[in-house]
Design a protein around this ligand. Structure first.
Ligand code: NIG
Ligand code: FE
Length: 418
């Protein structure tokens, strides 16, 4: 896990100061024991290396594998802060129904959507789900993503929600990608409690959250706050209990309608509020006050054919650390590509390529409470990507393709283009 990358045409270095990205040309990156020990232009990085490795630097230079990166850019590994990567079956039939004019919420109300996914997931064992998810994790590496948040929320019973989170725990042990687990028992009211939603909320607050927190199966608690799903009052109750049990908070808010979800997220000090297609000015203000990261998921609007994209510029002007995620799931966004999200962010929300890149690294790391990830600062973990591109703009420009040549996790090669 020692490696030297030389002659990098541009080394992309997001800085802590918001939206700032340094890009030294003819650069080098030095990795030792899976950590970055020097990064910068060929000359300045040698000086850093000497300083950081002291007597050892000469030995390191002579014994370490060198990769020539002429004509390539190197960036930190991407961080996807919002996915539903564990599921039982795909839903291309709903895609077809939407193409014929049905809406996402109509399909959901007639028993499809999330509730269909719940029926499929309940049929599968922990082992089957682990096996089914591994190819998707490999695909994240192939697309340059090295850290992924993953939600439960297709189990919706104590047993099946725990099963999903155990699948995530198992995948973290057997796969090299980093998974960050989120409990989403409040994703929908399952079939068996449609006439008694109070009872389901009791199960979430009295059984699921205590068990999830005590077994440390999740770091975050999330909820789908939306007309026809969970109300503001219900969200406040559920998330209040989650906070009492030490879980950090995320929320799905303002995807289809504005019911004040972002305001609640700010009030609760949620780590992130996600979707935000219909966010109000009051919601933006509240997120700012609460230190809440807005996570925009433009794949959803594209895939569902919605007219509204989240008002990214307004949120950037309000000095919010806007992040981007794929929302990878079988219903509303069946893509794992963060570069594609950058493309949509640039074309539909008028974010610049620099902002879009910062939003899938530093800001998305912040959205999963992993400050420090998404950079190649000295001492940070060597999660990085070599791209077949000469500059950063080429990443969103090359839309729908894949420019990743190699992906490294903790200094180890985990994907290489054939
Ligand atoms: O983030 N909005 C709610 N949840 C997911 C969709 C999940 C599904 O349709 O299966 C989302 O878009
Ligand atoms: Fe989601």
């Amino acid at each position: 896990m020692d490696l030297i990358l030389r002659n990098i045409s541009q080394l992309i270095l997001p800085q802590k100061k918001m939206w700032k990205i340094k890009r030294p040309k003819n650069a080098s990156l030095f990795i030792k024991n899976g950590k970055v020990v020097a990064a910068g232009s060929n000359e300045s990085s040698y000086l850093q290396l000497k300083k950081n490795l002291k007597d050892d630097w000469n030995n390191f230079l002579s014994s370490t594998e060198v990769l020539d990166c002429s004509g390539k850019i190197v960036t930190p590994g991407l961080v996807d802060p919002h996915t539903h990567s564990v599921f039982g079956a795909t839903r291309q039939n709903e895609f077809k129904m939407r193409s014929e004019g049905k809406s996402y919420l109509e399909i959901a109300e007639s028993g499809g959507g999330i509730r269909y996914s719940v029926r499929q997931l309940r049929k599968l064992s922990e082992r089957k789900l682990v096996e089914a998810t591994i190819p998707f994790l490999d695909r994240f590496f192939e697309l340059g993503t090295t850290t992924v948040e993953v939600k439960s929320g297709y189990g919706l019973s104590l047993k099946d929600e725990l099963k999903m989170l155990k699948v995530v725990r198992r995948l973290n042990a057997v796969h090299k990608i980093t998974l960050i687990p989120t409990f989403l028992g409040a994703h929908e009211v399952p079939d068996e409690y449609r006439d008694n939603r109070e009872k389901y909320i009791d199960i979430i607050t009295q059984e699921m959250i205590p068990e999830v927190a005590e077994s440390r199966l999740a770091e975050f608690c999330d909820i789908f706050t939306e007309t026809g799903v969970f109300t503001i009052a219900e969200s406040e109750k559920i998330l209040g209990v989650a906070k009492d049990f030490g879980l950090k908070i995320k929320m799905h808010v303002e995807e289809f309608t504005d019911i004040g979800g972002a305001e609640l997220a700010g009030k609760l000090g949620a780590v992130s509020a996600d979707h935000l297609e219909c966010v109000s000015d009051a919601g933006i203000k509240s997120m700012k006050n609460g230190g809440t990261v807005p996570v925009l998921l433009p794949g959803t609007a594209l895939f569902l054919g919605l007219k509204n994209y989240p008002p990214a510029r307004k949120m950037i002007e309000a000095e919010l650390p806007v992040a981007l995620g794929t929302d990878f799931n079988p219903g509303s966004s069946f893509t794992q590509s963060l570069p594609l999200m950058m493309t949509i962010a640039c074309t539909q929300m008028k974010m610049t390529p620099d902002e879009a890149f910062y939003a899938v690294t530093v800001n998305s790391a912040k959205a999963v409470a992993r400050e420090g990830l998404g950079t190649l600062d000295i001492g940070s973990v060597a999660d990085f990507v070599v791209w077949d591109a000469k500059d950063l703009e080429t990443l969103p420009y090359y839309f729908g393709g894949n420019l990743v040549e190699r992906t490294y996790k903790n200094g180890e090669l985990v994907y290489s283009k054939k």
